[in-house]
Ligand binder design. Structure first.
Ligand code: NAP
Ligand code: HSE
Length: 442
């Protein structure tokens, strides 16, 4: 006979920063209601930090703090280990140590999952541990549960959306207030949205890590960031918002995951995208994330909510803790996929650049001289890139002009070559800016 389930669940938090303190705060505040819903006592047993002397907004008895997260991972009394430190070195050690002891690990760490997901799930399978990761994608939106439970009947030709709260906050503030990039980024850090290394946010890597997690859930394949197109928001200027608006678009940093089931090709990409002003996701502002999931059975479904910050992320971590309790009490539950069971073997390959099609927005800073537009048009024609519209505005530099061209449908291969050759023209004064046009109506 197996041992009876414990009546008190001991929880260890490895990391007590923005997210860790949020989990402690909300779990403590709603403890009575949660315990009544779950039918167990919840004991926040220990928390690990780097600096034991740091002043913290959420107070914890000193006896519960440790500077050794591995001590929590290896503590036989702890049932659930929450890895909320970030990074991929110590976080990996802590996660694997806890899983090897058959524990349940709850993680918000998308960088770790993208890099080491295969190893983590294999270790969990081998040792009878479990790995839950609702907080790793889209903050408080239960998108992981939606994909692996609510939409389990489906195959997914397209998933796209805003997955980084920091970037959406920055883009919204730039558009609405013409606010300078640096001051908006500082606000995002103060509000607890940004990663410790903000380049992960603004250069698109954090979105790519999340896209990798969603692609794995939807398609059973680990796509690494070096197999994706990943472009961030740092070259977008207020002028791009004005040009986009003139053309009837907003600008969002999107992850786009598409699967062509006829060719069996998968494509995962992250880039700033012009979205039609009427598109719901084009109107999602601030720290909010939004994801459109198209399933072959259900059609298109849409999810929106706060994508970063202490409270939204704590909500997702606590929902995983609740799942962990259910698992401890009742045994394996409703997690059909995402528990490391490989999807049925089916050959899929990553789409080559010439199969990745889109319309494009190209911004060039050029010498304001006769013949320049003709030379630009000639390069585009050489690569069969057809121009759809042209806007010319004065540039900040005297004697220069800002030239914005939109194209008809082309592909990544043609556009890469075109851009390289445009950048090499003597009349083009700065590195060209390329944005994709997302013809998504739902
Ligand atoms: P954070 O505020 O920087 O907190 C990190 C915590 O980990 C701190 O308490 C830090 O200790 C501790 N820590 C770091 N290195 C350590 C070490 N070597 N030994 C012991 N403790 C260590 O980060 P966060 O924003 O809470 O993010 C945590 C994780 O959640 C990351 O994976 C992040 O990507 C993810 N996430 C964050 C958000 C968000 O909105 N912030 C949302 C979703 C997911 P000290 O306090 O002593 O420095
Ligand atoms: N830095 C991330 C963001 C935190 O801004 O979306 C949430 O994963």
């Amino acid at each position: 006979m197996s041992a009876p389930a414990p009546t008190t669940i001991n929880i260890g938090l490895c990391g007590f920063g923005t997210v860790g303190q949020g989990v402690w705060k909300h779990l403590s505040a709603n403890r009575a209601e949660l315990e009544s819903r779950l039918g167990v006592k919840l004991n926040l047993a220990r928390a690990a930090v780097r600096d034991l002397g740091k002043a913290r907004a959420v107070k914890v008895p000193a006896s519960k703090l440790t500077a050794d997260p591995l001590a929590i991972a290896n503590d036989p009394a702890i049932h659930v280990v929450c890895e909320l430190m970030g990074g991929t070195t110590l976080a990996r050690q802590v996660t694997l140590a806890a899983l090897r002891r058959g524990k349940i690990v709850v993680s918000a760490n998308k960088a770790l999952i993208c890099e080491y997901g295969a190893e983590i799930f294999a270790t969990a399978r081998e040792h009878g541990g479990h790995f839950f990761f609702e907080a790793s994608v889209a903050g408080g939106i239960p998108i992981i549960k939606a994909l692996r439970e609510g939409l389990v009947a489906n195959r997914f030709p397209r998933i796209y959306g805003i997955l980084n709260g920091t970037c959406n906050y920055i883009l919204t503030q730039m558009e609405d207030r013409d606010a300078p990039y640096a001051s908006v980024l500082a606000d995002a850090k103060r509000l607890g949205y940004a990663e410790a290394d903000e380049a992960l946010d603004v250069d698109g890597w954090d979105t790519a890590h999340k896209a990798s997690v969603l692609a794995w859930l939807a398609h059973g394949v680990w796509v690494k960031t070096d197999q994706m197109i990943v472009e961030g928001i740092s070259r977008i200027t207020p002028a791009d918002f004005k040009n986009a608006s003139t053309l009837g678009f907003g600008i969002k940093l999107l992850a786009v995951i598409t699967r062509d089931f006829t060719k069996n090709e998968l494509c995962v990409r992250v880039h700033p995208t012009l979205l039609p002003e009427g598109n719901v996701i084009a109107n999602v502002s601030g720290v909010f994330n939004a994801i459109s999931v198209t399933g072959d059975v259900v059609g298109t479904t849409l999810y929106s909510g706060r994508g970063a910050g202490q409270d939204a992320t704590a909500s997702a971590v606590i929902s995983d803790i609740a799942d962990a309790v259910a698992l401890i009490k009742h045994g394996k539950g409703a997690h059909f996929i995402g528990e490391g069971v490989p999807a049925p073997r089916q050959e899929k390959r990553l789409a080559p650049p010439e199969h990745i099609r889109s319309r494009y927005y190209v911004r060039l800073t050029v010498k304001d001289q006769p013949g320049v537009l003709a030379r630009v048009a000639s390069v585009m024609a050489k690569h069969h890139v057809s121009i759809a519209s042209v806007i010319q505005n004065p540039a900040e530099t005297p004697g220069a002009a800002s030239l914005v061209l939109t194209t008809h449908q082309s592909n990544e291969k043609a556009m890469r070559t075109t851009l390289k050759q445009l950048g090499a023209l003597a009349s083009v004064l700065d590195e060209p800016v390329l944005l994709r046009i997302g013809d998504f109506n739902d």
